[in-house]
Design a protein around this ligand. Structure first.
Ligand SMILES: Nc1nc2c(ncn2[C@@H]2O[C@H](COP(=O)(O)O[C@H]3[C@@H](O)[C@H](n4cnc5c(=O)[nH]c(N)nc54)O[C@@H]3COP(=O)(O)O)[C@@H](O)[C@H]2O)c(=O)[nH]1
Length: 669
């Protein structure tokens, strides 16, 4: 199974590859500093290289000057020797000697005066030697004039002996310079580097330091970024796996936990339970009190459910008002599971205080068990859901454990919806009518039209079996129109049969109220039948009216404009406030049968019944009590001056022909 967090990594990876990351992390600064550092290193390297070249050039020049001078002296001495040779080919003239002498003298002068040798002449040895050469040359000039060709000429040997040590010394110094060039090089580099050393060494050092600082700053920033990314990732993982409203695990995480539970139970050959809870009539809370109150209720339910389970169990919210509890316990038996489910149901029954109002909330609960009712997460959830549906069908506020039959019920629901599409055209729908009685006189003054479906194979179906399917599929709109037309036509037909004109009450669904054509269709039904509008009453529950108050106000006013009456059905079970009530053009309040049923046993029900009757009187509305079954209930209602009533005590809903007989009988009596 794919871990829940897997999908969450995507945005994280995206954020890392995002170009904004590049800018945010400041990586560009670090790279810029690194580039500067490398550039300064390179420039320094080049600088030092140039210094080396220049120094070696200077060094070469100094060595060259000394060796060159040695060379000149040597050449002059060799010229002297050639002058004394007997061989006519190799012998040179005295003028040549003079020329060599001049060259040597000018060489010495250049040495002494030239800029290039200024540095060299600062050395004592060199300066002394050059001066000595200059003096020696001056002293030998007169000897050269009278120099004879005899190699044994005293002047000749004097000149040679004067120049020989000087020549040797020049050679030694030249050699010494050459040998010490490395040492000298460094001295010269140091000297040369004086003007550029700050740059040569300082620049790379400064940029290196900057690089180091930026590197540590970068480290800190990267750590901070990594921390915030990790926190963000944790937040995203949590969001992906939890319901934002209640903070409970969501469907994805529940499935993950279910898979783990299956794994553990399989290894340990254990059991666990899936408890599916759907709040009853949650939509009514949302529609009447608004989504804020609905959210508040869901959060409080989540808290109460979490308090019902032990640590290690899971409570998840998987959609709107649906919660799932995953109960894992060693040696889990049916008793323990039922105990938890009962605890959940009783927690819900404790009134909720939401938006300043006390709300009575119940839930329908379905249970499936591993491995008894499935060995896969999806199947266990599906079966717990089917069990929950069965609990709802049993009248809500109940608990059902999964039975194999329940899935067949779901299939049956789907088939029934398919059949409903053909019910109208195949004339399978019919209306039964329940008399409405004036409580003071006992007179039948009207009837309520109640839909029935004569199903070809399932027999006569009551509206509770198919109205929810008709509402879910939208078929309630054409079916509802058929009901209005048929009811009006029936009322007119009874009148034509000589029976008194009756008020005809017809139930409307919320979806019909949203149809812009509703008033037009009602007017057409009235016109076609000839039934007077003042004797047609359209019933809507508080919940239906509160679902979209503005639309409901506009629609009911339009209907009232036709002269039609509007009744609030199941009055007392919704959350319609007095101010809301006054916005609708209401004619009748139909007190819900639960208050009639409990009026004699529960003071609170009796109080609500009395208040509704009082409210109707004050607002000049008719109050009709539903579901009167006993003479005691009738006596209670009469005692409190309730206008009208309906119920099995007077008559069950009957086919049209039976109503005609009943009316005739009551007239005759
Ligand atoms: N949108 C439409 N809704 C319709 C239409 N026809 C009916 N309905 C709604 O279906 C619900 C169930 O109706 P039904 O099974 O016909 O039950 C009605 C009565 O049989 C029942 N009743 C009457 N007297 C008593 C009684 O003394 N005891 C008792 N336990 N039940 C009794 O009450 C139902 C009528 O209730 P109400 O409408 O609130 O007056 C029901 O909600 C219908 O509204 C339709 O055409 N369209």
């Amino acid at each position: 199974m794919k871990p829940v967090q897997a999908d969450v990594a995507r945005p994280l990876i995206d954020s890392l590859t995002d170009r904004r990351w590049w800018r945010q992390t400041g990586m560009w600064r670090l790279l810029l500093a690194l580039a500067i550092f490398i550039a300064t290193l390179y420039m320094s390297y080049r600088d030092i290289g140039q210094a080396n070249v220049i120094s070696s050039l200077r060094m070469g020049h100094h060595t060259h000057s000394l060796i060159k001078t040695y060379d000149e002296v040597d050449r002059f001495m060799r010229a002297l020797r050639q002058y004394t040779l007997k061989d006519p080919i190799r012998q040179i003239a005295l003028e040549d000697i003079a020329l060599h002498y001049e060259i040597l003298v000018s060489r010495v002068q250049t040495f002494q005066e030239g800029e290039a040798n200024r540095e060299l002449l600062e050395l004592d040895d060199v300066r002394t030697l050059v001066e000595r050469l200059a003096v020696t040359l001056e002293s030998i000039e007169p000897l050269l004039v009278e120099l004879g060709q005899d190699p044994y000429d005293l002047r000749y040997s004097t000149i040679q002996s004067l120049l020989r040590p000087i020549r040797s010394r020049f050679f030694e110094l030249g050699k010494q310079f050459l040998m010490n060039s490395e040492v000298r090089n460094e001295q010269i580099i140091r000297h040369y580097g004086n003007d550029s050393s700050y740059w040569t060494l300082g620049a790379p050092a400064a940029s290196g330091l900057l690089l180091l600082l930026l590197f540590f700053a970068q480290l800190r920033q990267s750590k901070r970024l990594a921390d915030s990314l990790a926190a963000e990732s944790r937040k995203l993982s949590h969001m992906a796996a939890h319901d934002p409203l209640t903070g409970l695990p969501n469907r994805a995480l529940l499935k993950d936990r279910l898979s783990q539970a299956i794994h553990h139970a399989h290894r340990a050959q254990g059991r666990f339970a899936v408890i599916f809870l759907d709040l009853d009539r949650f939509k009514a809370v949302n529609d009447s009190l608004g989504h804020g109150a609905g959210d508040e209720l869901l959060k409080t339910v989540a808290e109460r459910l979490s308090a019902c389970v032990r640590e290690g169990d899971t409570v998840a919210r998987i959609s709107g008002d649906e919660f799932v509890l995953l109960i894992e316990a060693v040696g889990l038996d049916d008793g323990v599971v039922n105990e938890v489910a009962e605890r959940v149901a009783s927690e819900l029954r404790t009134p909720f205080l939401i938006a300043g109002q006390e709300l009575l909330v119940t839930g329908s609960i379905g249970i499936s068990l591993y491995p008894d009712n499935g060995e896969e997460a999806e199947l266990l959830l599906m079966n717990a859901d089917a069990a929950m549906y069965s609990a709802k069908a049993n009248g809500r506020d109940s608990i059902s454990s999964y039975q194999a039959q329940m899935n067949a019920d779901s299939v049956s629901r789907i088939e029934l919806t398919g059949d409903l599409h053909h019910a109208l055209e195949r004339n399978q729908l019919q209306l039964h009518y329940q008399p409405c009685v004036a409580l003071a006189s006992g007179e039948i003054f009207g009837v309520e039209a109640l839909l029935r479906w004569q199903h070809p194979s399932r027999g006569l179906l009551s509206p509770d079996d198919f109205i929810p399917l008709a509402e879910e599929s939208g078929l309630i709109v054409p079916i509802g129109e058929w009901v209005i037309r048929t009811a009006c036509a029936q009322a007119a037909a009874w009148h034509q049969q000589g029976l008194p004109q009756l008020k005809m009450a017809v139930n409307l669904s919320a979806l019909q109220l949203q149809q812009p054509e509703l008033a037009k269709r009602v007017a057409a039904a009235l016109e076609a039948s000839g039934h007077p509008p003042r004797l047609l009453e359209l019933e809507l529950t508080e919940t239906q009216l509160m679902r979209d108050v503005d639309t409901a106000v506009a629609a009911t006013r339009e209907l009232r404009g036709l002269g039609v009456r509007i009744a609030i059905d199941d009055f007392g079970t919704g959350y319609c406030s007095l101010s809301d009530l006054q916005r609708f053009p209401v004619s009748t309040l139909k007190l819900d049968r639960s208050f009639v049923h409990n009026a004699l046993s529960k003071p609170s029900a009796a109080a609500i019944a009395r208040s509704a009757i009082g409210l109707g009187r004050n607002l000049e509305l008719e109050v009709l009590a539903e579901g009167i079954e006993t003479p005691e209930q009738l006596a209670f209602l009469r005692a409190h001056h309730c206008d009208a009533g309906q119920g099995y005590l007077f008559s069950r809903p009957l086919p049209a022909a039976d109503i005609a007989s009943l009316l005739r009988e009551s007239r005759a009596a």
